[in-house]
Design a protein around this ligand. Sequence first.
Ligand SMILES: Nc1ncnc2c1ncn2[C@@H]1O[C@H](COP(=O)(O)OP(=O)(O)OP(=O)(O)O)[C@@H](O)[C@H]1O
Ligand SMILES: [Mg+2]
Length: 282
Amino acid sequence: MKKENSGDVFLVLKFKNKNKEKIRNRYNEYNDEFVIETKELNLWYEDNHALKNINMKFRKNKVTAIIGPSGCGKSTLLRCFNRMNDVIEGCRIEGEVLFKGENLYNNNADIRINRKKIGMIFQKPNPFPMSIYDNIIYGPKIHKIEDNEILEEITENCLKRAVLWDEVKDRLKDTAMSLSGGQQQRLCIARALAVEPEILLMDEPTASLDPIATQKIEDLIFELKKEWTVIIVTHNMQQAARISDYTGFMYLGELIEYGETTQIFENPHQKLTENYITGRFG
Ligand SMILES: Nc1ncnc2c1ncn2[C@@H]1O[C@H](COP(=O)(O)OP(=O)(O)OP(=O)(O)O)[C@@H](O)[C@H]1O
Ligand SMILES: [Mg+2]
């Protein structure tokens, strides 16, 4: 068995219970409650100052929602957490994004480890044009897991966690494109889980889904936070109020207010926040 190169996925899935505990303990050794932190984060697209001095800490095993009107910088902020803005020409970043205390923008930071640890789900489900099974094992294979038994175990485990297993267990070799939109989104979540990330970034993950599929994703997010940290961008105020523990309100590139979701929605301290959540603009 190829233990040496197989990383967390192997450990978690092959010796599920025993090793899961081990990994959890290792994770708990990191005693800071904030898994991601931005320090004076500024971002420009050419001369468009899209993020202005963002100082924000994200708690682990919590769901944090980012809300705000279109164009205020929510997706831009999310993309800073897995360095997806790096590929955008004319994009310049200043400040720090600390993941478990280490700046992701250090010259020697390993972008592959960053992307493995911090997964992203987009508004439009983006399954790869291959089978359901191949979608899930894509990431683990990149991380050098080749044993079929392990790959099958990973597939079952992740599809169960994404509450999709029962719907697809008899058609794993079918193309992922044959799934419904809601199923595709859960497949994308399962695919993200397959490399054992620590953080899931979700950019309006239910915006293209019907209410039933939305409900399934919301239930899933609630389950996910037991093991993962979720940062979700949403335009849906009810959704933010339902599923998040903390909410940040952004406006024109600034973080206007950030706090516990109940406080933001029931007792906003800033007039702008109040106007936004009561639907007076946006
Ligand atoms: N790839 C890009 N190149 C240039 N400018 C961009 C790019 N992406 C975003 N911007 C600009 O940065 C600002 C913030 O955009 P962003 O997409 O982060 O907003 P958002 O809050 O996610 O909006 P929405 O709710 O519509 O998704 C906007 O002014 C936008 O035009
Ligand atoms: Mg956006």
